[in-house]
Write a protein that binds this ligand. Structure first.
Ligand code: G4P
Length: 526
């Protein structure tokens, strides 16, 4: 048995994802309250604002009233160590969220009962499906009127392409919301609007018992019985393994704002959600219970202080135990490094830690040694996979606006790309640099940071592109032929891989038809 198995198996590392405004922040905050990590509601939000205010380059985001700070919040709850990885809500930073999803073992998706499945949720779920990440759905805002719960479940199945299984069921909604029947625990959780939390928690194994009417209105009781009968008839019995395989998503209902249904969600979560799972490296699969430490960088957070170019590299520990001041191999550099002040994140506080275990995230202060995807090990040459870049959606030429500062500009672009702020493609025909992003905001962030951190000025020039596709072929001749024919549209990404820049969906479709030997990929890992 591995040395650290007790520590590792009690860890639950996950992210909460949602379309903006569905209630991710509110739910996170309530979970932290249960863990005793914070003591007053509102702390997470006010912290968000404070963080933004202390950082210069985040001024842009502050003005727009959004936060791009992604952090880790950890707390202990019922003998478990919970690590919540926060993800930026703004869709322009979706790439950041995609990468964070590579560092979690499971996900909670928050859906607004009134709005249903929204665009951002759909996209994030695609990434979960690709990685077979187990998903729990929390349907939020039951204190408001919204869609019929059965319709919503159908919508989730259809839009998110995942089977669902309700583990709790709402008793009415909006003004008439009376609580939920917790199918998983066979309990009745009652809600009184004025009290705004679970006012009564009644063990209730048989909802056909006439006692139900002692708690809720007869019409609501009749409806609940009918609904639960329908659920048992229509949905398969809940099976943890199917959930762990990413094939079925248990669904809970509640109201994060009113702290209703949150504890029930958390209690079920720690029971069924996976402890750290094996991670695939290029060379082999790494088991979390191996004694030796391994980990990878999934996020780099620029320092708030623009005068000192230092960052924090966020490392997900994939196996074993990480120790402060031990020697670890930076595989890309092939050299050993020591980290004297690794930080962990207990709720809001960042503190230096002496050790951390598989499942945990440690922050390593860095002055430019790391880039996204880097692997650290106890000595083995391993390369973790699974940090794909997705085809950006917006493209612009980046040009130097101050000829005296060309060097600074190039260095700035390189480092910002290593940090994963956006993607760089160099057109092989004319040598021009193209930056690809998920949203307009990133162009502004890049321009601002180049100026404030590197003293370089850039300007943007338009380029009309539809998609960047990574291409490959088993047929070298066909590949060479394609590259020759499309030479004006061929670029290299940061790793030197061939990328075809398609300027319209039509052109891409024609290329796919005309060059059947070429495989076109919309992510950099295939
Ligand atoms: P996000 O992180 O997913 O973007 O959402 P966030 O938690 O910030 O919640 C978005 C809005 O929805 C907030 O209102 C929040 O108070 C509200 N909300 C969250 N959960 C519930 C719920 O269960 N019921 C109801 N009725 N509302 C909920 P806001 O007005 O935008 O912000 P605030 O001024 O209340 O902080």
């Amino acid at each position: 048995m591995a040395q650290y198995s007790a520590e590792i198996s009690r860890r639950r590392t996950f992210a909460i994802i949602s379309h903006p405004d569905a209630g991710k922040t509110t739910l996170t905050e309530k979970l932290l309250l249960f863990g005793g990590a914070i003591h007053v509601a509102g702390a997470v939000k006010s912290n968000k604002i404070k963080k933004t205010a202390t950082s210069d380059w985040m001024e842009i985001e502050k003005q727009r009233g959004i936060s791009v700070a992604t952090s880790v919040m950890a707390f202990d709850y019922a003998d478990h160590k919970i690590n919540i990885l926060d993800t930026p809500g703004h869709q322009d930073f979706a790439e950041d969220t995609f990468r964070t999803l590579t560092a979690v073992d499971s996900v909670i998706i928050v859906i607004d009962i009134a709005k249903g499945v929204e665009a951002q949720t759909r996209k994030l779920m695609e990434v979960c499906r690709m990685r077979k990440t187990p998903v729990i759905v929390f349907v939020n805002k039951m204190d408001r009127d919204g869609k019929d719960p059965f319709d919503l479940l159908d919508e989730i199945e259809e839009e998110l392409h995942i089977k669902v299984r309700p583990l709790s069921w709402p008793i009415d909604m909006g003004q008439r919301f009376r609580g939920v029947y917790n199918i998983y625990e066979q309990k009745l959780n009652l809600y009184t609007p004025s009290k705004q939390y679970v006012t009564e928690n009644v063990e209730f194994k048989d909802i056909n018992s006439p006692e139900l009417e002692n708690y809720i209105d007869p019409s609501q009781a009749a409806k609940l019985r009918e609904d639960v009968e329908m659920i048992e008839g229509v949905y398969p019995a809940f099976d943890v393994d199917t959930y762990l395989a990413g094939d079925i998503a248990p669904v809970f209902f509640g109201s994060a704002l009113n702290n209703f249904g949150v504890k029930e969600l958390l209690d079920c979560f720690i029971n069924i959600a996976p402890s750290p799972r094996p991670v695939q490296a290029l060379e082999r699969k790494v088991d979390p219970y191996e004694d030796n430490f391994t980990g990878f960088v999934f996020k780099i957070h620029a320092n708030m202080d623009p005068n000192h170019r230092s960052c924090i590299a966020f490392v997900k520990i994939c196996s074993g135990r990480f120790e402060r001041n031990a020697n670890y191999k930076h595989v890309r550099f092939g050299k050993m490094m020591r980290f004297s002040s690794p930080t962990a994140f207990m709720a809001q506080k960042k503190e230096v830690v002496d050790e951390a275990f598989a499942g945990d995230i440690v922050g390593l202060p860095d002055t430019g040694n790391f880039k996204i995807g880097d692997t650290l090990t106890a000595g083995e040459d391993l390369h973790f996979k699974g940090l794909p870049s997705f085809s950006p959606e917006m493209f612009k030429y980046i040009e130097n606006a101050d000829p005296m500062k060309a060097k600074q500009l190039n260095k700035g672009i390189e480092q910002l790309m290593d940090e994963g702020v956006a993607q760089l493609f160099v057109n092989q025909f004319n040598g021009r640099k193209i930056i690809g992003t998920v949203g307009q905001l990133q162009f502004e962030v890049i321009q601002y940071r180049l100026l404030h951190e590197y003293g370089a000025q850039c300007k943007w020039e338009p380029i009309s592109l539809y998609k960047a596709c990574w291409i490959e072929s088993d047929n070298q001749q066909a590949l060479d032929n394609f590259k020759r024919r499309k030479q004006q549209y061929m670029a290299l990404d940061k790793e030197g891989r061939d990328v075809y820049l398609a300027d319209s969906s039509y052109v891409l479709m024609m290329a796919q038809q005309d060059f059947p030997d070429i495989k076109f990929h919309f992510t950099s890992e295939f």
